[in-house]
Design a protein around this ligand. Structure first.
Ligand SMILES: [Fe+2]
Length: 356
């Protein structure tokens, strides 16, 4: 199928869309192959941020095969990822979340179907989430709400993907780490859906890692490395974790990585801290509880992706991060207008939040 890209100002009724079109919120507006009408053209102009779209060129040969991934989910719409490089990152993330939510984190998903769905999502993260600063910005913007296991798990999996890459894991190992992270809290779903027990009581009685493990253990696609991340992500280096109160040397690597990402995600989402404050708390309160090497790597690498980011200072001014001296994430050098503020020297000014 041949297509031509044209300005949205040149759209005419009866033209056919070559790709799916999404609203500015990432919701599908038109599927591929849709025939345009005056109303639809009006919607494209008013509900999207795009300035051009691909139109099927009816005058050219129609016999070219294209590779695309189409994935049916059990609702009345279809998620189609066509040529993902042309789709904005935030839309890719939005769709990945929708897919995960509809296919895994809902009631009645047969356990034997989880493997395929998780494989699809982990492949997509591996292939498409390579703009780390964009993914981090998205995590900050779309924080998980209380009991939203799906969004939390996607955020944790995205962070684990980065940590796995920074640790120079081969791709197949990163994919397993992503799968483990996507499912690390799956035990909470059974609890929430079946109302077996109030979630807070469950946290106290430490049952969700074990429940999640029992859900996943009999699925062939999930080996011991993956299931250990689910079972042991609440273990802590000093033996204060659960369910087994293991010491650091007894905790598998996947569980250690998921633990760092999990704690960080909870600090920014549940505690509503900005990432700088969250990293400060990580360093201050989790030094003996989380794997030190992973935590240091996380903090060091994390800071590099914030160089150039706009931040709101406690003075109300908006500045740009220029540099982190000695990898100290708490006190970067900030440029405000044409002057510089070194937060390692100016102690009465701090970063309040990001300016998106
Ligand atoms: Fe958990």
């Amino acid at each position: 199928m041949k297509s031509t890209r044209i300005s949205i100002n040149d759209l005419k009724p009866n033209m056919k869309t070559a790709d799916a079109i999404f609203t500015r919120n990432g919701v599908i507006l038109l599927d591929e192959g849709s025939t345009l009408t005056e109303t639809l053209i009006h919607k494209i102009k008013n509900m999207t941020t795009i300035d051009s779209i691909s139109i099927i060129d009816e005058n050219q040969d129609n016999d070219e095969n294209e590779n695309y991934t189409s994935y049916e989910i059990n609702t009345n719409y279809k998620v189609t990822f066509r040529d993902p490089k042309n789709i904005k990152l935030d839309i890719k993330i939005e769709h990945t979340e929708m897919l995960l939510r509809e296919s895994v984190y809902q009631m009645n998903t047969p356990h034997n179907r989880i493997a395929n769905k998780v494989k699809f999502v982990s492949n997509f993260i591996l292939d498409e989430f390579n703009d780390y600063s964009g993914v981090l910005e998205n995590i900050m913007k779309l924080k998980s709400k209380e009991n939203d296991v799906c969004r939390h798990s996607l955020n944790v999996a995205s962070l684990c993907f980065m940590i796995g890459t920074w640790l120079k894991y081969p791709n197949d190992k990163i994919q397993k780490l992503i799968k483990s992270a996507l499912l690390h809290d799956i035990g909470k779903i059974d609890i929430l859906n079946k109302n077996i027990i109030d979630l807070k009581k469950c946290e106290i009685s430490y049952c969700h890692p074990q429940l999640g493990y029992e859900t996943i253990i009999n699925i062939d696609d999930f080996d011991e490395e993956i299931t250990s991340g689910i079972l042991m992500h609440h273990e802590r280096e000093d033996g204060s974790g659960y369910p087994f109160a293991l010491q650091g040397h007894e905790i598998p690597q996947f569980a250690k990585i998921i633990a760092v990402a999990d704690v960080f995600e909870n600090l920014i989402s549940q505690k509503k801290l900005n990432p700088f404050k969250a990293l400060e708390i990580l360093e201050r309160d989790y030094m003996l509880k989380l794997d030190l090497n992973i935590m240091k790597l996380f903090i060091k690498k994390f800071s590099t992706y914030y160089i150039g980011s706009k931040v709101i200072l406690s003075t109300g001014e908006i500045g740009k991060i220029i540099h982190f001296a000695n990898n100290n994430i708490k006190t970067p050098l900030i440029m405000v207008g044409s002057s510089f503020i070194d937060l390692s020297i100016v102690k009465n000014i701090s970063i309040k939040d990001f300016a998106f």
